[in-house]
Design a protein around this ligand. Sequence first.
Ligand code: VGL
Ligand code: ZN
Length: 216
Amino acid sequence: MAEQAPIMPGEGDILIVVDVQYDFLPGGALAVPDGDAVIAPINRLAQAFRHVVLTQDWHPEGHASFASTHPAKQPFEMTELHYGSQVLWPNHCVQGTEGAEISRDLKIPHAQLVIRKGYNAGIDSYSGFKEADRETSTGLAGYLKERGFKRVFCVGLALDFCVAWTALDAAEAGFETHVIEDASRAIDTNGSLEKARQEMAAAGVRMITSDRVVGA
Ligand code: VGL
Ligand code: ZN
């Protein structure tokens, strides 16, 4: 197979660092297996990108995605909310708590925007672009378009939820979209990783590794 062409990040490219928050890191309320392995590659990638945006999962107490909000439900079970089926999670990323903070081990002082999501009590938001009702927008697509970005590179936690949904919405919004696998880790509950991979492939999202990125 021919070697894949190197990627040289430029003015039209944005790195989106998804949800690298203490609750998704080892010891956190919804720790992603091996989650802290994303930090070193993300820090290297961020050096190669002039333009970086961070997302931050940011739920009010009693959020509809928390199992504790629903009588007799356990984390990782499913329920039906007004917009469709929803995985129920342990309480995580509650606004203003330590667990909701973005890891201080990320070294990205040049990040240009932090987009918070999941702040509506009744709607989850895996995606940095659109909430789980698939209607409520965070404004990120408009922001990226107004600034003229053409290619989106997604990394972070978790590959099968917030990274995948962010990438799917980036592709749908018309960006050429890449997910950098070695800078992401998955939760992988009930087949979620395989499903996310299939959906991303079908949507034309390109899975790459950070060694393709010049300067990372
Ligand atoms: C996430 C589950 C619930 C994520 C956020 O960042 O992937 N997963 N909230
Ligand atoms: Zn969440």
